[in-house]
Ligand binder design. Structure first.
Ligand code: ADP
Length: 367
């Protein structure tokens, strides 16, 4: 049976600064080509390597450029004899050669003009695919660098901000109660507190990315936790009345109390932030199917249906909000991770323009 072979070279630069490496082939055993070692910029391949254009030859063995390269001087031993030869460069968007399609046949004059046209069309498609793949690789690399930078920056910020907080606390404590500067020192402390939360959220994101977000599980009364939390949150956000509906008595759950607190704080803070014209937020807790569920309802701007799932993505913020409502778009991402790690789920229901309810539920006895 007469055989045709084809090869695809993808552009790589070797240590000698030469391009091209055998990438894939069909119609011949890979070993036959591996005898070439790293394909080199031989004279016969040159027009394709350099992107000068297509080479279509009826009998490559008669080509004056053929067999000029040591050590093979033609076909490597044991290699399928190639007589007809067709080679087409694959050029990227900016014209650089990113690969090449090479076809060979053991009979002479097997490749026609139509074949050439077809291969040119395939090469154009391959170029688009390769360009996109390269672009994706670049984006992935940049994204990793960005994550690395966020991790480093937040880590570096942590120490000076912690010292700043300590000094401000000493100053505020030492000022007499009637000193006007005491109010300013306390306001500065409030701002440092916000900064601390931002930094710790950024660190949490980095830890989630690297799979190192720590959890400490204990048994605690979640009803007590919510009651105390409401008190604290009410003091810090007096613009809205925080209404709490809880089951009576105590409810012991096995979970990370600080992380659960973090989720509730995030949801309530968002509820207040995204309902600037409303004056109340309802926090409800109940037990359903051996799961503990918390719902935080606001009467604010709401979320459009197509955005509902996206709000849980890292750094995602609903468009047009960024300019007048501060935030980094990581709170819900962290909340989701925390709830997932408790084998629970977090979801949202919303009517655009009327308000949103965020719910999360976790099994009462998670381990
Ligand atoms: P941030 O609030 O810092 O932007 P989050 O991750 O907490 O980050 O929230 C992501 C996005 O989800 C917000 O930017 C906002 O667009 C939307 N969102 C969150 N909570 C609410 C809410 N209660 N009402 C309306 N939109 C909300």
């Amino acid at each position: 049976m007469r055989r045709a072979v084809w090869r695809f070279f993808h552009n790589q630069v070797n240590e000698q600064g030469e391009s091209y490496m055998l990438f894939t082939l069909s119609g011949a055993p890979r070993e036959a080509f591996e005898k070439f070692g790293m394909p080199r910029n031989t004279a016969v391949f040159h027009p394709t390597f350099s992107g000068e254009g297509t080479v279509r030859v009826d009998d490559i063995t008669k080509d004056p450029r053929y067999g000029k390269n040591a050590p093979h001087f033609g076909q490597p031993k044991g290699h399928l004899p190639v007589v007809s030869y067709l080679a087409v460069p694959v050029r990227g968007k900016s014209g650089e050669v990113i690969g090449g399609l090479f076809f060979g046949h053991e009979q002479r004059a097997r490749f026609t003009r139509e074949h050439e046209q077809l291969v040119l069309a395939v090469a154009a498609q391959a170029a688009v695919a390769l360009d996109n793949a390269k672009l994706y690789e670049n984006i992935k690399e940049l994204n990793e660098k960005k994550d690395e930078f966020i991790g480093l920056a937040s880590h570096e910020l942590k120490t000076p901000v912690t010292s700043l907080k300590g000094y401000l606390q000493i100053i505020a404590r030492n000022l007499p109660p009637d000193d006007k500067s005491k109010v300013l020192a306390n306001r500065a402390l409030e701002q440092v507190g916000k900064l601390t939360i931002l930094i710790s959220d950024l660190l949490d994101v980095t830890k989630i990315q690297t799979g190192k977000l720590p959890f400490t599980y204990t048994d605690f009364d979640v009803i007590k936790l919510l009651t105390e939390l409401r008190e604290i949150l009410q003091q810090t956000g007096p613009s809205h009345q925080l209404l709490l509906n809880l089951p009576a008595g105590e409810l012991i759950i096995h979970a990370d109390s600080q992380r659960i607190e973090q989720v509730v704080i995030n949801l309530v803070t968002n509820a207040v932030k995204y309902s600037p014209k409303a004056d109340k937020v309802i926090i409800e807790a109940l037990v359903i199917n051996n799961k503990f569920r918390v719902s935080v309802q606001d009467f604010g701007i709401g979320i459009q249906p197509d955005q509902l799932d996206r709000v849980f993505s890292r750094f995602y913020r609903v468009e047009n909000l960024a300019s007048h409502m501060s935030g980094l778009g990581i709170g819900l991402y962290i909340c989701q991770e925390i709830v997932n790690r408790h084998q629970g789920r977090l979801w949202v229901e919303s009517t655009y323009g009327e308000g949103s309810t965020f719910h999360f539920e976790i099994p009462i006895n998670t381990n």
